[in-house]
Structure formats: C-alpha cells, structure tokens
Design a protein around this ligand. Structure first.
Ligand code: GLU
Length: 454
C-alpha cells in the first residue's frame, strides 16, 4: 500500500529494543508514529524487539512503557517478539524451501579476512556467496567438524525502489549489498526477519523510522515479497543528533537526554512532544498542552531531509511556554503535591515566571514566608510601610500604594520599585508585584519592610 493513507487501515508501530533506556531520539520515533496514527484515525502499536535475549531485559521493557506513559503515547496494540518465535520459524522455513535462505559457515574472522582482501583489491566488501557453492558433502563435513551455519537471505541483484513519504524516490541496488544474515549460528533471529514477519502479520500500513534504515528497507522489501506479501508505505525521517552534532546513541548524550533524566529534571512531557513534533520541519514550535492538538497539525511530509540537533535550551524555552498556557485546574493537583497550592490567583501570578513546574514551590515559599528581606535604606522602607493601604487588597493595591510611596519619598522608576521588591521577596526579580502583593498580605508586607524575616 503506497501513497496516501487510507484512514481506516492505518496501523503503525514503534519498535524499540529493550536493551537500554529511551532517549529523545527514540521519543521522536514513538511520537511520529503516534501522531500519524491519531491524525489518520489509525492504530498505534508498541512492539518490543526483544529477540536478542543476551541484551534485552524485562527492566528495560518496563522502563520503556513507563517513559511512553509519561509522554502520553498510549498504544492500541502490543506485542513482544520473544513470544512470537514460532511465526519467525515458519517464515524461515518457507524461505529455505524456496531457496531464498541458505546456510553459510564462515566465521567472523574468515569474513573479516575476506573483506580485507577485497579492500586491498579495490573491491566493495560484499559477501561473495561462497556458501552457495558448497555441496551436501562439504556441509556435512563442516557440521561433523562442529560448525553451525548462520543463514543468509539471497538477494535479487536488482534495483529495489520505493516512494518514501519524506525522502521521495529511493533506489537500493541489491547487487551492492551482502546477502543479509537473518539467523545466527546459535539459532537466534537477528532483527530483520522478525520485524518483517510482524509488520506483515500485524498489517502495518506505514513504517515510519529513522533514515539509518533506508538501505534496510531495500533489503526488507525483497524479503517481504519473498514471503508473498506487499510492502507497506515507508517514511524515513532524518536523525536527531545531540547539541554538539554527535549521534544521540553515544553513551553520554543517551544518558543525558534519556526520558528518565528529563522527567527527573522536571521537564513537561508535553513540552518535549511539542518540540519534537516540529524540530526539522519548517513550522515554528508551538507550545501546547495536548497531543490531540499536535496530531491535528502533524504532517509527516513536512519533515526535512537533513540531520537536526536537539538543543536542551530549546526544550527549556518550550517548557516555560507550555507552563504559561496551563490552566489552574490542570496545575492544581501538582501544586498540591508540591505543597504549593495557594489557589488560582497564585498560579496565575507565578506561572509567567516558571521555567520548570517545581519553581512554583519557591514562589509559594516567598508568598507564605519566611522571606529574609533585603533592605538597603531602612528610612525608605519605613516610609513605604507607613503608606501601606488598609486591606482588603486586590491587584489595584500595588499602584495605589506605590503612588503614595512616590509622593512621600520623591522616588520613582527603578529607585522606587526595586527596593520594594527586595524587601517584599528578598529577590531582585520575580512575578509582577501587583499580583504578588495581595497574596503576601498586609501583615507580612509590613513585617518584611520592617526588616523582619516573615
Ligand atoms: N528495533 C528496531 C530499532 O530500534 C526497529 C526499527 C524499525 O522501526 O524497524 O532500530
């Protein structure tokens, strides 16, 4: 099924290997698939590519589910490859019976020597298919010698083409590639065949993944056809690099930008989603609070073809912008959990100053006290205290009061406002005082202007 999506049949998958923690690059893969499914009223599948039982762990699989839940990327279909080995065996048997999967006995060292010889002669390092020339007796002798075969798929030496939704027309020349190993000596499946069998069995309509898989796709289309199926549509997006332009798979950046690290640092999942949905597109990043909104405007074909960088400064900026949009009802349970739920007026007063949600706790402390006031001129502070109007206070109180202080002291501008801010909050910056002052209240304001920690 190539070309435009048939909205009733869209099924896409995110297929991580549970051999490590998800980082922002993986989150992008999951998000693109999720948004594409939502936009097209399709289904989103989570598939654990866990056939490598030496490296896959149940802990990593659980951590992946936890990270996806944090992002809000809920799946409609779930599968674990380790539970589907019989289906892969059956596919392998069919390919063997059709002469497309053949045993080869070269050791890694032998293959390496051969590649070096090819290199010295200026030839491409393509497997020479020596195993195809083995007779039954040769194979029996090798096996009697204790050798176990690995199994290679016999590629057709032709050009495989596909229309990629991002890359456009792509051609992969089968003759330039080694016949891929599908099954290892120890009988374990490598990634390729299980992935294909699952894509067929779960009727995946669109494979959306990184551009590092483009050549694989040429190979996979051949195997899909050899299994009697039709290839899905493909979209290969350019990869996300770290801030220094290095691949995110490098250990330090993968750790630094793991979803767990970002979550623990206090970033909003929606800020990350909003940023990742637009990085690498010509569209500006729009802060937003719902995946539905992101899905409506998501257009996979707007993704560009050059590699892009993840800059944590961008995330910080989008995070602040998302918080500025957040209504009190949404913030309230989290404020309560921080011990910082001082009501809607408080949230509205402080949210324009938040970079991370938990910064609200600091402003709650400043409203409730104790605050150590900073007083540079106690005569001025005393004059200001004397001019405090009687309660009840509201947002008009600030200008009423500062007007009176200006009259009484002759100060204006920064010389008027900064000492008041320092006395009331102990800090030279912060939310607008017209909003904070009524929350601080007359008694505490008076005490702070008098130099008391209150
Ligand atoms: N497990 C594969 C990977 O993480 C999945 C690639 C794919 O989407 O086919 O690279």
């Amino acid at each position: 099924m190539n070309g435009s999506p048939d909205s009733s049949n869209v099924i896409v998958r995110f297929a991580p290997s549970p051999t490590g923690r998800l980082h922002v690059g993986n989150a992008r893969a999951a998000l693109f698939n999720f948004l594409f499914a939502r936009k097209n009223s399709g289904k989103f599948m989570l598939r654990m590519d866990d056939t490598d039982d030496a490296r896959s762990t149940a802990e990593f699989a659980a951590a992946i589910e936890e990270d996806l839940a944090w992002l809000g990327l809920t799946h409609d279909i779930f599968a674990r490859q380790s539970e589907r080995l019989a289906a892969y065996e059956a596919a392998a048997e069919k390919l063997k019976a059709d002469g497309r999967l053949y045993p080869a006995y070269e050791s890694a060292a032998e293959l390496d020597r051969r590649r070096k010889r090819q290199h010295a002669r200026g030839l491409p390092p393509v497997y020479d298919r020596a195993a195809l020339k083995l007779t039954d007796e040769d194979r029996a002798a090798l096996e009697a010698d204790g050798r176990r075969p690995h199994w290679r798929f016999k590629l057709d030496h032709e050009h495989t083409t596909f229309e990629d939704m991002i890359q456009g027309h792509v051609e992969v020349d089968g003759a330039s590639l080694s016949d891929p190993v599908l099954i290892r000596e120890d009988g374990r499946f490598l990634y390729t065949l299980p992935s294909i069998v699952d894509d067929i069995d779960f009727q995946i309509s669109h494979v959306i993944r990184g551009s590092d898989h483009i050549t694989n796709t040429g190979v996979q289309i051949q195997i899909i056809r050899a299994l009697g199926a039709e290839p899905p549509a493909f979209a290969h997006y350019s990869l996300l690099n770290g801030p220094e332009g290095k691949p995110l798979s490098k250990r330090d950046d993968a750790e630094r930008f793991s979803l767990r690290a970002l979550r623990e640092a206090g970033y909003e999942a929606m800020a990350l989603n909003a940023l990742l949905a637009r990085l690498g597109t010509p569209e500006p990043v729009e802060p937003c609070l719902s995946l539905e909104t992101l899905a409506e405007t998501f257009d996979i074909s707007s993704l560009g073809r050059s590699d892009i960088r993840f800059d944590p400064a961008d995330l910080t900026r989008v995070n602040a912008a998302c918080l500025h949009l957040m209504p009190y009802a949404q913030a309230q349970p989290r404020l309560a959990a921080l011990g910082a739920d001082l009501g809607e007026a408080f949230w509205d007063a402080v949210k324009p100053n938040l970079v991370l949600f938990h910064d609200a706790a600091e402003w709650a402390r400043i409203v409730e006290g104790p605050v150590e006031p900073v007083i540079e001129d106690s005569d001025f502070a005393a004059a200001a205290a004397a001019a405090l109007p009687p309660e009840p206070w509201d947002q008009a109180t600030w200008s009423l009061w500062t007007g009176a202080v200006k009259q009484a002291t002759g100060r204006k501008g920064k010389a008027l406002f900064m000492p008041l801010r320092l006395a009331l909050t102990g800090l030279p910056h912060g939310p607008e005082l017209k909003n904070l002052l009524p929350l601080i209240g007359r008694e505490q304001a008076k005490a702070r202007l008098g130099g008391l920690t209150a």
